[in-house]
Design a binder for this molecule. Structure first.
Ligand code: NAD
Length: 451
């Protein structure tokens, strides 16, 4: 394991050489990454197909395209983000000026999960490079083809003292966490997030934690049910529900429950056909362990639709469960699979109370045109981010910082937020020597000023 120590030392030396701070270097490295991804698009789709049976459409729209967009957005703005930002100066500081400098942390560690194994490793890397850091990436052991590909790609593009991919499972991850790292960017589950934060606390290393949780979807009485059904079905079953911001469960107003469920069934059939298990483009569950965990939830409540599985391919039909309460096992933790429990409500307060009694969601989706309902939900429930009348789309805007709150995460990234996440903000006052205003100095007893 001495290898990690050596790797971190080499990265620190490289960082201290000052190379990574040069704007031309940052731009060149990002452009290199962009070209390499464009040139290897087919191979990226192939490895994602092997690991998760992702279709080419999903591989591009939810992985490759997102990374390319982030690079393009960053390259256009990087020079302006890097400039020290002049801010206002209070009258008490008369004569001086104030600036915020964005400085890189140094050696960064990026630990990523398996569900979007390509973009969740490489979008943070864009943040690390654009902010002037070196980076060690520890991708997930559950998607070995994609992790192998990234290791080869990065080794071809960059010297290891700048960016390096380290493969391995829990042990490798913990060994890396024990090194003297300057900044940790972790995406994964809540329990592992706590382990990461504990490890970081030993050296007070700053962290960003992108975690998970149960993200509610509220369908109010006045919602446009056709659109709501379509958008929820898409947000839930893309990647077979293995999305951190997928709607975890639905709260539907009792007056529209039946109509909503019918629309939902139609929407799912439209997206994946009447026999999704035969659809070649339907993503599979990542491993047998995850598959078996999900299988147990199929016993909860009543199965409104779906429920069929294929244990040989680890595929599970888009499934809707009704007659569900907070006491059912499926409502205890983040589902992270193609199972959607539906609960009904009469009064919005029931929903607000129900969500409030549980950990802070990473996302929340509300379907209603009523402005007062929108304001009530936004002001009474704390969650990472979300959408009104849609699902998941807030994730793909570079203008919106993405992250959780409390148990769903700490910090945020994407777009300028990505550059900011990997930067320390150094506040500087530049004082004049032309004069000195005496108010701040204590007056000596004999009345003589100290300066
Ligand atoms: P995970 O926490 O099991 O693993 C994430 C990473 O941590 C992997 O690289 C893994 O090797 C490493 N790891 C696992 N156990 C560890 C330990 N004990 N010590 C140190 N490192 C360890 O998560 P996962 O199963 O890969 O991903 C699913 C979870 O990630 C879900 O909870 C999901 O909501 C969350 N997620 C969050 C986001 C987000 O952006 N907020 C995005 C995707 C996934």
């Amino acid at each position: 394991m001495g290898g990690y120590q050596t790797l971190v030392r080499k990265q620190r030396e490289f960082f201290q050489s000052g190379k990574t701070r040069e704007v031309s270097f940052r731009v060149e490295m990002l452009e290199k990454l962009k070209r390499a991804i464009q040139d290897n698009e087919k191979e990226i789709m192939d490895v994602l197909k092997i690991d998760l049976n992702k279709s080419e459409f999903e591989a591009y729209s939810t992985e490759i395209g997102i990374v390319l967009e982030e690079i393009g957005f960053t390259l256009k703005r990087l020079r302006s983000w890097m400039k020290p930002k002049k801010v206002r100066t209070p009258i008490t500081h008369f004569g001086s000026s104030s600036y915020i400098y964005s400085e890189p942390y140094g050696v960064s560690l990026i630990i990523s999960p398996w569900n979007y194994p390509f973009q969740l490793a490489l979008v943070p890397l864009i943040g690390a490079i654009s902010a002037g850091n070196t980076a060690i990436i520890k991708p997930s052991e559950y998607t070995p083809e994609t992790s192998d590909f990234m290791e080869r790609l990065i080794a071809r593009l960059y010297p290891e003292e700048f960016v390096s991919v380290v493969q391995g499972g829990v042990e490798a991850s913990q060994e890396l966490l024990n090194q003297n790292i300057d900044y940790i960017f972790f995406t994964g589950s809540v329990p592992v997030g706590k382990i990461v934060m504990e490890a970081a606390s030993k050296n007070l290393t700053p962290v960003t934690l992108e975690l998970g949780g149960k993200s509610p979807c509220i369908v109010h009485e006045d919602a446009n049910l056709k659109l709501a059904a379509k958008r929820i079905a898409w947000g839930k079953f893309t990647n077979a529900g293995q999305t951190c911001i997928a709607p975890d469960y639905v709260y539907v107003h009792e007056n529209i429950r039946t109509e909503f469920l019918e629309e939902f069934k139609k929407a799912v059939h439209h997206l994946y056909g009447e026999e999704p298990l035969k659809n070649e483009n339907y993503t599979h569950i990542v491993s047998e362990k995850h598959f078996n965990r999900l299988k147990m939830f199929l016993e909860d409540g009543e199965t409104f639709m779906g429920g069929q599985i294929d244990s040989t391919t680890l595929a599970m039909e888009p499934t809707v469960l009704t007659d569900i309460s907070w006491e059912d096992p499926v409502m205890k933790d983040e589902i992270f699979g193609p199972i959607l429990p539906v609960m009904e409500y009469q009064d919005l307060d029931e929903v607000i109370d129900g969500v409030y009694q549980h950990p802070h969601p990473l996302a929340l989706y509300l379907f209603t045109a009523e402005k007062n309902i929108q304001s009530e939900v936004l002001s009474k429930i704390s969650f990472g981010g979300g959408c009104i009348n849609d699902t998941v789309y807030h994730f793909v805007s570079p203008y919106l910082p993405f992250g959780g709150v409390k148990s769903s995460g700490i910090g945020s990234y994407h777009g300028k937020g990505n550059f900011d996440a990997f930067s320390h903000k150094k506040s500087i006052v530049k004082q004049t020597n032309l004069f000195d205003i005496p108010f701040r100095y204590p007056t000596m007893k004999n009345g003589v000023k100290r300066i």
